[in-house]
Design a protein around this ligand. Structure first.
Ligand code: 48F
Length: 254
């Protein structure tokens, strides 16, 4: 039996890895912005792969608002909640509240049902840049377990028409791309102190293309463009995910 289990995993798992070594769009980060972006991209018929270095979904959603199990969003985000069939309640403040566990589960299920292939335990550590003008063409990655072990193991490669950095506060992929490839002309301005109402709008406006082949969404957008962080309100994360999906779709289909 052990042998049959292993053979089934190797045969079909490696088949998946082979098929997904080249995709239309690669989203790095399975937080609120990455899951939202991935679903709307897949709905347009694109081949979409989503990596997260953890063995679980949701990024910063699980902590709710300051570890209290409720999340706040503003009215403009309600159409996205409805697309994912996420339940919400109106609060006295004019905001809407929802359950973080439901948000994680339904964003994840929505992305997978739309056709997104998810690989967890994958740490993206570098980008590949080619061409003139230079463009980001793919990423290098390791299993997170290898990254954490500190062992020297060469990374694997995934090629993508568009790479979306949804890695959260540190904008890890764009940081690496900027530092190692000055020819891309990316300058990261760094995240500013909290200003929720301003940041929630600016993060949606700025989500999009950073360099050829490379896009940003979610709170990573604040690090790239010097925008204030927004604290425990999540509408901007969802709306910036949808916005980047629209930009990437336009570019890949043109
Ligand atoms: O941090 P995260 O939830 O990013 P987000 O979608 O949402 C931010 C909010 O959760 C919250 C907030 C809202 O107001 O401020 O912080 O912008 O999810 C980022 C995901 O990316 C993964 C990480 O494990 C997390 O699940 N990640 C980060 N770096 C890498 C990565 C990497 N190098 N390779 C793979 N995954």
């Amino acid at each position: 039996m052990e042998l049959l289990i292993q053979k089934a995993i190797l045969k079909y798992g490696l088949e998946d890895m082979y098929e997904y070594s080249e995709v239309d769009a690669l989203v790095v980060g399975a937080g609120p912005s990455g899951l939202t972006a991935a679903r709307y991209l897949a709905e347009k018929g694109l081949k979409v792969l989503l990596y997260d270095r953890r063995l679980s979904f949701g990024g910063g959603i699980g902590g709710g608002g300051n570890m209290i199990p409720k999340i706040a969003v503003q009215e403009e985000a309600l159409p996205i909640l409805e697309d994912f069939k996420i339940r919400y309640k109106k609060a006295e403040s004019g905001l809407y509240t929802l359950d973080p566990a439901e948000l994680i589960a339904k964003l994840s299920a929505g992305a997978i049902d739309a056709g997104v292939k998810v690989m967890l335990g994958v740490h993206v550590e570098d980008v590949i840049v080619r061409g003139n003008p230079p463009a980001v063409k793919g990423v290098l990655w390791k299993w997170s377990a290898i990254e954490i072990s500190g062992l020297h193991v060469d990374p694997l490669y995934t090629q993508a028409g568009a790479i979306i950095d949804a890695t959260g506060h540190d904008a890890e992929i764009i940081n690496i791309a900027a530092r190692k490839n000055p020819e891309l002309g990316i300058t990261l301005k760094g995240e500013k102190s909290n200003w929720s109402e301003v940041s929630e709008k600016l993060v949606v406006e700025h989500a999009g293309k950073v360099a050829p082949g490379l896009f940003v969404t979610g709170i990573a957008t604040c690090s790239v463009y010097g925008l204030p962080r927004m604290g425990p309100i999540f509408g901007g994360m969802l709306m910036s995910g949808k916005k980047v999906a629209e930009e990437v779709t336009k570019e890949l289909k043109s």
